[in-house]
Structures are given as C-alpha cells and as structure tokens.
Design a protein around this ligand. Structure first.
Ligand code: PMV
Length: 295
C-alpha cells in the first residue's frame, strides 16, 4: 500500500524583511512543490530517494511516521534553499501523506500540527507563513504582532510571473540579522515597503502589469537600500526589465536566492535569462483550498 500527497511552494510578492519589523507582507503559493510518497516496506523508516541528503531528515520523518516500516520518496519541482518554501512544502506533503496512510482525514488542524512540527526541525522558530500558505494555496497577507501572526487570504487574478534563480542560496537568519543590526538606518525603508504594499494591493488585485512592475522596481530599490541585494541579483533584475518585464525584485531573504519578474511575455524573459545561464521558469498561483479545482 502507498500514500502520496503534493504541497506547493511559495514566493513573497512584496514585503519581505518589512514583515520582520511589524509591517505586512504578501505571499503566494505557486504551481511547483513537493510530492511525498510513502510505501510500506520492512526495515527502518527512512528516505528512499538517494538524491536528497539532509542530516535533519530523520528527525523530520520521526515527527509524523513510525520508527520502522515506511519508505519515503520525495520528488521536488522547486529549487531547494532559494526562499521558495521547499521545506514547508515538504512538511505539508509529509503531513498529508502520513494522515492518509493512517486513514485519518487531513483536517486543517491535523495537517497544521504535523507540518509545523516538521518545519520546526528544519527552521527552529519559523513564523509559520511558509507552511500556512502551502496548506491554503492562493495568496495571503501576513503580519506579525505581539499576539502572534495574522493571515488574510487575498484574491489575485492570474499574474504573468517569471522566477529567475541566481544559482546561490541566501541565508535567511544572516540577512534578517544584517537588517536588524542597522535598524536605525533601515526603519524608514522598511516602513516605506509596508506603505508600498498597501498602495499596490489594488493594482495587484486588478492585475495591472504596469503598476505592479513599477511597485516591484521600487520594492527592489528599498531592498537594495537595506543591503540585502547582491550584484548578481541586481544584474538579473536589470536583465529581466531589458527583456520586457515591467518590473522585477528579489523575493525572499536576499543575499542570493531568486528574482521575480512581472513579464507580460514570460517566454521572452525566460529565454533571456536562460541565455545568460540562469535557470528561469514561469509560475502560476496554486489554487486556494477555498476554491477547489474542479475534477
Ligand atoms: O527567503 P525566505 O523565504 O526564507 O524569506 C524570508 C523572509 C524574511 O522576511 C526576510 C524573513 C521572515 O521570516 O519573514
């Protein structure tokens, strides 16, 4: 017998870093993610996918599976460690497949509890945004305050987004600390990011490519100002705009990771990026569970 489940990754459309300092951010689940397949077989429960090596994996599997009897296969269509929520997608897919295997319904609370336990193995004290967006699909505004994080689903139309991978991973904890260490110099930029997201929401919700592109350029300038971009990321942003994107920005913690470009002609931007040696691909919004895909 086997049980399998898929869960999507995410991109941060606007507001990364600002969200650490109390402002809102907007994240969107994407049509790439992790598929987990569990197979009953004798021997210790472990990963049977030889291409994935992560010393934390055994502890993660222990959160949701018995010590023996299960072979775990993982297939990813996300770049790993680039801020696209690969560990959260793994956590949610693992939670859903483990519940299926036990014949338990994948209720919100059961998936959430399992997935958050797995996320903590990978990230210590995560905000929870990644696995929340992965569980719900669609797009969400999130904000952290003293009482804890709040999540607000937002309806977005299809947006022509291209992801361009810089080829290196940024370290989220290091970048967050870098911004915090100069909070006096950065506070106004972070507040401006929060204001920019609030002003840009109507444009995002009506799918206004020109206005969204302009907002992303400004968001990227603010991310540069707080010191989380890199020369390679800036080169990618400029190359995407030269290839016809209305705007582009780094997405996630920075210091490496990915750029997102708003590209009315996604193929043109993908080809320009690929010619320069960067992996690039269009992404669409993963459907929200509130609007299930028709069979
Ligand atoms: O690159 P990611 O997906 O880990 O994004 C980090 C987003 C930050 O705002 C920089 C940090 C956070 O915890 O919100």
């Amino acid at each position: 017998m086997s049980a399998s489940a898929f869960a999507p990754g995410k991109i941060i459309l606007m507001g990364e870093h600002a969200v650490v300092h109390g402002h809102k951010a907007l994240a969107m689940a994407v049509d790439r993610g992790m598929t987990v397949r569990l197979e009953e077989r004798p021997g210790p429960t472990q990963l049977d996918s030889p291409s994935i090596h992560d010393p934390r994996m055994d502890a993660a599997l222990r959160c949701v599976l018995p010590e023996t009897g299960v072979g775990v296969h993982i297939h990813s269509t996300l770049p790993i460690g680039r801020g696209m929520g690969s560990s959260a997608a793994l956590a949610v897919a693992l939670a859903r497949s483990a519940l299926k295997r036990e014949g338990r319904p994948p209720t919100h609370d059961a998936v959430n509890a399992h997935a958050f336990a797995v996320e903590r193995v990978f990230h210590g004290a995560p905000s929870g945004i990644d696995h929340t967006v992965s569980m719900h699909g669609g797009a969400m505004l999130y904000q952290r305050n003293e009482a804890g994080p709040t999540f607000e689903p937002i309806e977005l139309p299809p947006l022509p987004i291209v992801v361009i991978d810089s080829g290196t991973a940024g370290n989220t904890a290091t970048m967050v600390a870098k911004v915090a260490n100069n909070i006096v110099g950065n506070a106004a930029h972070l507040a401006a990011m929060g204001d920019l997201l609030a002003q840009s929401l109507p444009a995002l919700q009506r799918g206004d490519d020109t206005a969204i592109g302009e907002a992303w350029r400004e968001n990227h300038r603010l991310l540069q100002a707080i010191g989380v971009s890199t020369p390679t990321i800036d080169t990618i942003v400029n190359a995407a705009i030269e290839a016809g994107a209305t705007g582009a920005k780094l997405a996630g913690a920075g210091g490496g990771g990915i750029v997102i470009a708003l590209a009315p002609d996604p193929q043109a931007v993908c080809s320009a990026a690929t010619q320069r040696g960067w992996n690039a691909f269009p992404v669409a919004q993963a459907p929200s569970l509130a609007q299930p895909v028709q069979p």
